[in-house]
Design a protein around this ligand. Structure first.
Ligand SMILES: CC(C)(COP(=O)(O)OP(=O)(O)OC[C@H]1O[C@@H](n2cnc3c(N)ncnc32)[C@H](O)[C@@H]1OP(=O)(O)O)[C@@H](O)C(=O)NCCC(=O)NCCS
Length: 161
């Protein structure tokens, strides 16, 4: 069964080694970098949630959610939608495991988690993706996200909670 597991001393090494396909590398930071961001964000605000995407006991992907991303990560370029909302900051499925439905299930589980409002109430969950990332775009739009604008090479999209 596919589920999200908070990263811990048992699963972290399997998750950190997962990688996307070569041609997708520019779409996302490596998982080890994401954990640096999580560490720093959690030092100041405690509002970053890194999860392994686990099928039974096999790590197949990684995702990370943040609340009030611009504030937590001291990012002056964060879009306005990041204020007091949840951000599906990172999502990756290992290159060997893609195309099996894990990505869609992971977004469903991420939204379920966000709707428990772990860091306080919010109206929206937002995310962003490279404008050339057609697979991600199709996935998110098919799940109800709506595009709200472009920033640098990324498209921002949002779903009402
Ligand atoms: C985007 C990503 C998470 C999707 O994960 P996945 O497990 O392969 O996706 P799924 O198997 O759940 O498929 C979900 C949808 O994606 C689309 N999709 C998946 N693989 C595809 C492909 N090779 N070509 C076109 N569309 C594809 C389909 O629309 C599919 O919809 P369906 O369920 O109606 O068939 C994965 O491709 C990935 O990790 N990419 C690299 C990192 C990345 O880009 N992350 C997103 C950053 S914002």
């Amino acid at each position: 069964m596919v589920h999200l597991e908070e990263l811990n001393k048992y699963n972290v090494w399997d998750v950190i080694e997962l990688t996307v396909k070569k041609e997708q590398e520019s779409f996302i930071a490596g998982n080890e970098w994401s954990l640096v961001h999580a560490y720093v964000g959690n030092k100041t605000e405690g509002a970053v949630y890194p999860f392994g995407i686990i099928d039974d006991d096999k790590a197949v992907g990684f995702l990370m959610i943040a609340y009030d991303y611009g504030e937590v990560c001291n990012d002056p370029d964060a879009p306005e939608i990041s204020d007091n909302n949840y951000f599906l900051w990172r999502l990756m499925i290992d290159g060997e495991e893609q195309g099996k439905g894990y990505g869609r299930k992971a977004v469903e589980l991420a939204l379920e988690f966000v709707k428990t409002f772990p860091h306080g109430k919010a109206d929206y969950c937002w995310l962003c993706y490279d404008k050339n990332n057609e697979v991600a775009r199709k996935l998110y739009l098919s799940m109800g996200f709506q595009e709200i604008g472009e920033q640098d090479d990324d498209i921002n999209a949002v779903i009402k909670l």
